[in-house]
Design a protein around this ligand. Sequence first.
Ligand code: ARG
Length: 403
Amino acid sequence: MADKIIVAYSGGLDTSVMVKWLSLKYDGEIIAVCGDLGQKDELCGLEEKALKTGASKFILKDLKYEFITEYVWKALKAGALYEGTYPMACAIGRPLLAKMLTEIAQEEGADIIAHGCTGKGNDQVRFEVGIQTLAPDIKIEAPLRTWEFKSREEEMEYALMHNIPVKAKKDSPYSIDENLWGIAVECGVLEDATIPPPEDAFQITVNPKKAPGESEVISIHFEKGVPVWVNGIHFDPVTLVSELNKIGGRNGIGRMDLIENRVVGIKSREIYEAPAAVILHNAHHELEKLILDKETFRYKQDVSNKVANLIYDGLWFSPLFNSLMAFVDSTQENITGEIVLELYKGNITILSRNSEFSLYNKELATYTSEDTFDHKASEGFIKIYGLPYKTMSLVNNKIKVTA
Ligand code: ARG
């Protein structure tokens, strides 16, 4: 029996050539599959292209709602920023795509899942670890790691030879990955880490220097760690993120130029734009500062870092990720309230924070006559609290105290 192969298809040169190449290698049926995570124009004409290229079927799944509610919100609640900064649009999207691929493979009775990731990136790890975990019996093909083509030109030649439709317009000089949570841009001149990114590397944000001279104030209301209202208007999750991308983008918010440590050990330089992610992480973190007790807040910082590493490294579907998320969820019980932010030429300023669960107590904090804090209690506290160090110092300095 001929093989049935599910191809993670984007319509670009690599996956187009892949469809043909696989159909010849396996003499099998190809089902091209694409998940819509909000990557906009890339999806136009995809079905026609896939069928023309040799796929017998094309499946497009709208995953936008699931992406935001089941993946992005988890990362937001966890405060997951890789190496302290990158909100991980790409890394959060991959496990959902892996899940979609395995579900379709099971529905269609396919034996193989193929993807178009290269042999030196993170995405091959995320796809394959995800697929292996969810469907351990399925075979994975990664033609870009094994096929004979050594350059884009050779792939183009193959495409022409096999009548594979390739874009007439000139390709972008960059490799771009986009979804609702952000855009990643690499390759081309960006590979030279000594020079700043040219303006054309940015797709959805204005240069902060060219952003409006008037600031824009927005309020975000969270319920149990999840944003639900912007400026007093209730938005569904997908629209909320899209709106914040627009608002942030026009104020130059969310640009990043990072050197990062990839899973395979290479350091890479990547440009990111993630206006909504940067605004929401800022606001969410601010709300946690107001609401979480000291020890939980401090402990959660370590958890945020660990969760970010797990997501980046492709371990979304792992017991440790689930356990840490159970902790994260329990910390979000009271993360309900409103943050007002001012956006101005790439900067975010917090103007106000408010929550019925706020642990900020003005009567304890104030230096005025309204003060209710028991100053005298500090004396005994510090005596006991500092006792180990005082004892140590007395011993080390051979000082004898009798009282
Ligand atoms: N470095 C990012 C990550 O590993 C994005 C990878 C894809 N980037 C791209 N420009 N195609 O999550």
